[in-house]
Design a protein around this ligand. Sequence first.
Ligand SMILES: Cc1cc2nc3c(=O)[nH]c(=O)nc-3n(C[C@H](O)[C@H](O)[C@H](O)COP(=O)(O)OP(=O)(O)OC[C@H]3O[C@@H](n4cnc5c(N)ncnc54)[C@H](O)[C@@H]3O)c2cc1C
Length: 317
Amino acid sequence: MMKNIGIIIELDKGRIKETNFGMITLARAKDTELFAVVVDADAEIVKEELESFGITKIVEVSLAEDQQKNPVVRAKAIINVIKEYNICAVFGLSTAMGKDLLPRIAALLKASLVMDCYAVDIKQNLVKTSQYSGKTSATIKAAGDVLIFGVRPNAIEPVKASSLAEILKFDGTSLISKDLKVIKTGDTDTSENISLVEADVIIAGGRGMKNGENFTILSKCAKKLNGAVGASRVAVDAGWVPYSMQVGQTGEKVSPLVYIACGISGSVQHFAGMKTSGMVIAINKDENAAIMSNCDYYVKADALEIIPELIKHLGND
Ligand SMILES: Cc1cc2nc3c(=O)[nH]c(=O)nc-3n(C[C@H](O)[C@H](O)[C@H](O)COP(=O)(O)OP(=O)(O)OC[C@H]3O[C@@H](n4cnc5c(N)ncnc54)[C@H](O)[C@@H]3O)c2cc1C
């Protein structure tokens, strides 16, 4: 029997974030119809890109202007879409937005929720996720009429599959939330920085960076590599960089193609956040640091000397 699958598409300034394509690839399976749900965006603009990954229906959800940032209203709108189109599984990203939205949908629907998944067998409702900070992986059999999956960003290689999509409009302008009102919103990050969890390349600094100012070297390098800057907990606790940059057990879980660890010893807690990276490169003065035997390549050197050299080699903008 054909299963209808909903995929909540995350957009950034009107364009589809790259990491959605891996999620769509994961959701694609035999005997399924893929419904991409876009909230407050013009479906015509994103149609072609979604078609190139096998989406056959695009549900364009419109909300009242003063409710667009309200997560409860968004959750209610998506629940209406789920009911309208008989959707039996919903995929969203385990990003900051997804971590806010998906549990709300699951709670309102009393549906099963598995966050941070990297494999889903939709036929058997089996889902794989990491547990205990990545020490073990769990295969969970999800049960219920509707299943909600939060997909780990960048964990799945996007694979194209062409299709033709129909646009369906969903009017959610009458939806409101009595309990949660958004008073004010504002970007905490107005820069063009690439989000940590979605970056293909991360250059992260630890105690070995010595101070917050030296993180500007990492930012310069990240810019050249089109990547993002991460940090160990020591760097965050010292106040050198904000918590949003922390990678690890109590920070972000990242899966970039390349992770460059500068002056980071490689504690189990740090590894818990980056061990699914495609390639790990360590720059450390101490050849016996744990990270040196747990990486693909290492440079035994002072990161404060090597990174400026790397920036020079990467050339001018
Ligand atoms: C419950 C719990 C949760 C935690 N959660 C996290 C987490 O989410 N993320 C996290 O990162 N940690 C976490 N930690 C902390 C963790 O245990 C480590 O203390 C921390 O990861 C170490 O950070 P570091 O590698 O920057 O510092 P250190 O372990 O002090 O290592 C610094 C490294 O820099 C090298 N170095 C020094 N100078 C230079 C230089 N100039 N050039 C190159 N290399 C240099 C040194 O050789 C050393 O290997 C957690 C701990 C606990 C108990």
